[in-house]
Design a protein around this ligand. Structure first.
Ligand SMILES: NC(=O)c1ccc[n+]([C@@H]2O[C@H](COP(=O)([O-])OP(=O)(O)OC[C@H]3O[C@@H](n4cnc5c(N)ncnc54)[C@H](OP(=O)(O)O)[C@@H]3O)[C@@H](O)[C@H]2O)c1
Length: 286
């Protein structure tokens, strides 16, 4: 179901934040983009695609990535690239890397047809050519020969535990990769500690979480997600009991004890896909 690149139709938008200086072609395709002005702490935003019935990963070999959820929709790729282009840092968990091991988290890797526009945008925002890619893994069970590490295309930080760091140091460490061993409780690294390391490494103000659901869950639990971009793809994936299909957040629950409500700030339409944006800023840690 690949579609050609067409402009999104703006349906609803709450004003606020600073205007992002989009190059003409991106402005035509996406419309205006405003992001919260950087303050004393970095802004954390997440971007996912989900089916109408709330599935973000089919968990079927060769079909576990977001492409199978969006139908490899070009407007979704365009938005993914745009959000990567405005980010200083892109964070993923090891499960997301495992599902797409050849990927590098740059705008042009997801939407090559707009590579030049993304580059212009980063230049206009005085950003480094590539955002810091952060991979989170407690176990350190990661192959450093994968392109994200070995290609040298992006600087990479691996946030891991002491055990994970020991395991990783048994492999040859590419120059573009640094390993940070962070104190963990029962194998889980606190998202706040990940952000502290990221701040030390990059000083970045805009942090994009691209998944997966476990990593995102831990950031929501810590009250550290300011905004959620969510593409709603017009398909129903279905579920069988214990088929392992994932939803947006895994590994933690909120409702009914601690319901976590966001507020809708933006809606755009691309044919039958909806591009939604919610604010969760100011939600407290559980
Ligand atoms: N539809 C979408 O938009 C979308 C977006 C992203 C991902 N996905 C899909 O989601 C699936 C992956 O899901 P997932 O939940 O397994 O992904 P994940 O969160 O990327 O990976 C989970 C792994 O990351 C590490 N991790 C996450 N949070 C951690 C923390 N706080 N402390 C320490 N380690 C942490 C652990 O690694 P170790 O096991 O190495 O210790 C954990 O097993 C893939 O199929 C991917 O394609 C879909």
């Amino acid at each position: 179901m690949a579609t050609s690149l067409r402009a999104l139709l703006p349906l609803y938008s709450v004003k606020g934040g600073a205007t992002v200086p989009l190059p003409r072609k991106l402005a035509r395709l996406y419309g205006g983009l405003r992001m919260p002005a950087p303050g004393s702490s970095p802004k954390v935003f997440s971007n996912f695609v989900t089916t109408l019935d709330g599935v973000v990963s089919l968990q079927v070999k060769g079909h576990s990535g977001g492409g199978d959820i969006s139908g490899f929709n070009s407007q979704d790729r365009m938005v993914m690239g745009l959000l990567r282009a405005v980010a200083d840092v892109v964070i993923v968990g090891s499960g997301t890397l495992a599902a797409d091991p050849q990927h590098v988290w740059t705008p042009d890797a997801i939407c090559p047809e707009l590579a030049r526009e993304y580059q212009l945008l980063r230049h206009a925002m005085f950003k480094h050519p590539a955002a810091l890619n952060v991979v989170v893994s407690a176990s350190g069970n990661i192959d450093l020969r994968l392109p994200v590490f070995a290609s040298g295309r992006v600087p990479v930080l691996i946030a891991t535990t002491r055990t994970g760091a020991r395991r990783l140091h048994k492999q040859r460490l590419p120059d573009s990769v640094s390993i940070r061993s962070i104190r963990s409780r029962s194998g889980r690294i606190e998202p706040g500690a990940i952000l502290d390391e990221v701040a030390r490494a990059s000083g970045g103000e805009r942090i994009l979480i691209e998944g997966g659901p476990q990593l995102l869950g831990s950031f929501y639990r810590a009250g550290l997600v300011d905004e959620q971009f969510l593409t709603l793809a017009p398909q129903i994936a279905g579920r069988r009991e214990q088929d392992g299909r994932l939803s947006l957040v895994m590994g933690t629950t909120f409702a009914p004890q601690h319901p976590l409500w966001g507020s809708l700030t933006d809606v755009r339409r691309g044919q039958s896909h909806l591009f939604l944006r919610y604010s969760f800023a100011g939600r407290t840690q559980l």
